[in-house]
Design a protein around this ligand. Structure first.
Ligand code: AVJ
Length: 322
C-alpha cells in the first residue's frame, strides 16, 4: 500500500493525443523531427538509466559530485520546507537534497512532478520508506504543457536537474523559466542543472558511446511510435547520429535513413518516406556557459545567488531566488 498522494493534471487521453499531434507535425515537416519526450517509455527510461552509468556520459556523475559537495549549503541558504522536483525520474540525486534539508530541520514535503505516473509511484515508494515523516505529493503533468507547483506554507525549492532544460529550444526555455518564476513567490528557489560547453570530442562521445546504448535509446523512439500509432518503422533502417553544432552550441541526435524507407502509420492514416541519408532530428541537448545561464535566469525574473561546477568544470548548478 502506498501513502503517496498523486495529483493528475492532465486528462487520461492527453498523452495519446499529444503523441499523435507531435508525430503528425514532426514527420510531415521538412526537415523531419520528433520531440525527445517520447523516448521515455519503460524501455527508454531503462536505457537512459544505463546511459547515466556509461564512461562517456559524464553529466550525471558531474552533477552528483556538485550536489554531494553543496547540498548542505543549498539547505542552509534556502531553508526549504518543500522540495519540488521537475522531471523527477529516479531518485538518486534527490536523496542528497532531502538528507540535507532534513538535517537543517525545515523539510516537510517532497513534490515530484513527472509525466510518468509509474516513475512517480516507484521512486515515491522508495523515498517514503527512507523518509517516513515526509509528505510525498506526486504530480503527473507535462510541465511544458501545464506547470503546477503545489502550494506550501514555507519556502519551496524547485529542482530541475540533469541538464534537461537543454532539451528545450531557447524560446521554449524562456517561456518555461518564466512560468516557473510565475509559480513561485519572491524568496522561493530554483535549483537548475546545466551541462556546459566543452571540447566537441567529449560532447559527441557522451551522445555516441562505444557500447551503443545511446543508439538504442535514440532508436527506441521508433519503437514507441510503432507501438502507439501502429506504425512499421524498422530501427535497422536507421543509423544513430550525434552532431555538435558550434553555432547554436547544442548536440543534435538524429536518425539517418540507411536506404530509401517508407513507413506506414496506421493510427494516423499516414505514409512517410525517407530518402537514403535523410535525417530525422530526435533531440537537441543545449550546452551552456555561466553568463548565458545567468542571463536566461535573470530575464525570467530570477536572481542567481550561487553558481557551482564540478572540479573539472563540466557541469553547472545554479541556485536562483525568485
Ligand atoms: C536527460 C535530457 C539531460 O540531454 O543529456 C542522454 C538525455 N540524450 N543521452 C541529455 C540524453 C542522450 C539527457 N537529458
Amino acid at each position: 500500500m502506498s501513502g503517496i498522494e498523486i495529483e493528475r493534471h492532465l486528462p487520461a487521453d492527453f498523452f495519446a493525443a499529444a503523441l499523435r499531434d507531435d508525430v503528425l507535425k514532426g514527420l510531415t515537416a521538412e526537415p523531419k523531427w520528433l520531440p525527445p519526450k517520447w523516448f521515455y517509455d519503460a524501455r527508454g527510461s531503462e536505457l537512459f538509466e544505463e546511459i547515466t552509468r556509461l564512461p562517456e556520459y559524464y553529466p550525471t556523475r558531474a552533477e552528483r559530485e556538485i550536489l554531494t559537495a553543496r547540498a548542505p549549503e543549498i539547505a542552509t541558504v534556502t531553508h526549504a520546507e518543500t522540495l519540488a522536483e521537475l522531471g523527477a525520474g529516479s531518485s538518486a540525486k534527490t536523496t542528497l537534497l532531502l538528507d540535507a534539508l532534513r538535517d537543517v530541520g525545515t523539510l516537510r514535503r517532497y513534490d515530484p512532478i513527472d509525466v510518468s505516473e509509474a516513475a512517480l509511484l516507484a521512486s515515491g515508494e522508495q523515498l517514503q520508506q527512507r523518509y517516513p515523516e515526509l509528505t510525498i505529493h506526486g504530480v503527473v503533468t507535462d510541465f511544458e504543457e501545464r506547470l503546477a507547483i503545489p502550494e506550501s506554507a514555507g519556502p519551496r525549492l524547485v529542482a530541475f536537474l540533469g541538464g534537461t532544460i537543454g532539451n528545450l529550444l531557447p524560446e521554449e526555455r524562456s517561456v518555461f523559466l518564466s512560468r516557473v518564476r510565475a509559480g513561485l513567490r519572491p524568496g522561493e528557489w530554483l535549483l537548475l542543472g546545466t551541462d556546459l560547453v566543452k571540447d566537441p570530442e567529449t560532447l559527441v562521445a557522451a551522445y555516441d558511446d562505444a557500447a551503443g546504448v545511446t543508439a538504442l535509446f535514440n532508436k527506441n523512439v521508433l519503437a514507441v511510435v510503432d507501438r502507439e500509432l501502429d506504425a512499421d518503422f524498422d530501427p535497422d533502417d536507421f543509423d544513430h547520429v550525434a552532431v555538435w553544432d558550434p553555432e547554436t552550441e547544442w548536440i543534435e541526435m538524429r536518425l539517418r535513413a540507411r536506404r530509401d524507407v517508407s513507413v506506414r502509420l496506421k493510427e494516423l492514416d499516414l505514409g512517410v518516406s525517407f530518402e537514403r541519408g535523410e535525417e530525422l532530428r530526435t533531440e537537441i541537448s543545449a550546452k551552456f556557459r555561466r553568463e548565458g545561464v545567468a542571463r536566461e535566469l535573470g530575464a525570467a525574473g530570477f536572481a542567481v545567488r550561487r553558481w557551482w561546477t564540478d572540479e573539472l568544470g563540466r557541469f553547472g548548478l545554479s541556485l536562483a531566488e525568485a
